[in-house]
Design a protein around this ligand. Structure first.
Ligand code: HEM
Length: 187
């Protein structure tokens, strides 16, 4: 897992839930004394151990914790990777480019790295469908991340449907105000 995510997870816990949670989580995950830098890559197992331990330390369910983290993390990521974010796009345009953004960010550190399997499709009427497939089982970040993205672009968002698939797959359908504008303009 990319250090931008792991180190942001610590900053999220510190600022949203209090510094004790990270201290408990890192100890319980057996990683006491370890520090996480945004420029490094860490074993997926460490992120998973930290997530599970944080879940127990703060009493939130995994999906709620990931959703809240997803919402929190968008603004710091947007600042950190400003140079790689397509200019002049709206939230829907950004999402349609998400695969390339993830690939560019990951390949900076590791040319062999594979981006998370997230496919984004624009449907009619301002709707956007997002499909997630990853053994990391972090799809619950998506509703929060899309909310954070809408806030970044000063748009409205509504989660209309979510459907779990097999092996950690999930599908979400959102309505974004940028998508509505675009379809009105096109129509
Ligand atoms: C500035 C914007 C963004 C940046 C720079 C960014 C970057 C990253 C990075 C570096 C990772 C770690 C991947 C790895 O180590 O393999 C990641 C994971 C992830 N990102 Fe993003 N991301 C951004 C926006 C978003 C948005 C808008 C969504 C929601 C649709 C999203 C959903 C996810 C999910 C679900 C993961 C978990 C990875 C997995 O399951 O494999 N990201 N992101």
């Amino acid at each position: 897992m990319h250090g931008a995510i792991v180190s942001s997870f610590k900053r999220y816990l510190d600022s949203a839930l209090g510094e004790d949670i990270w201290r408990h989580a890192i100890e319980e995950a057996g990683l006491k004394g370890k520090t996480y830098m945004p420029v490094s890559i860490y074993p997926d197992e460490e992120m998973e151990a930290l997530l599970s331990a944080a879940e127990r330390a703060c009493g939130l369910r995994r999906d709620d914790l990931l959703g809240d983290f997803g919402e929190w993390v968008i603004a710091p990521l947007m600042h950190l990777y400003k140079a790689m974010i397509p200019q002049d796009c709206d939230a829907t345009g950004f999402l349609l480019n998400l695969q390339q953004t993830h690939e560019r960010v990951l390949k900076l550190k590791d040319p062999e790295a594979r981006a998370p399997g997230i496919t984004v499709k624009r449907c009619g009427g301002g709707l956007v469908e997002i499909r997630y497939a990853s053994t990391r089982n972090m799809g619950a970040m998506i509703p929060g991340a899309v909310k954070g993205l809408a806030r970044w672009f000063h748009e409205e968002v509504e989660l209309l449907a979510s459907e779990p698939g097999q092996g950690g797959e999930e599908t979400y359908v959102f309505r974004l105000s940028s998508g509505e504008l675009t379809s009105q303009q096109v129509g």
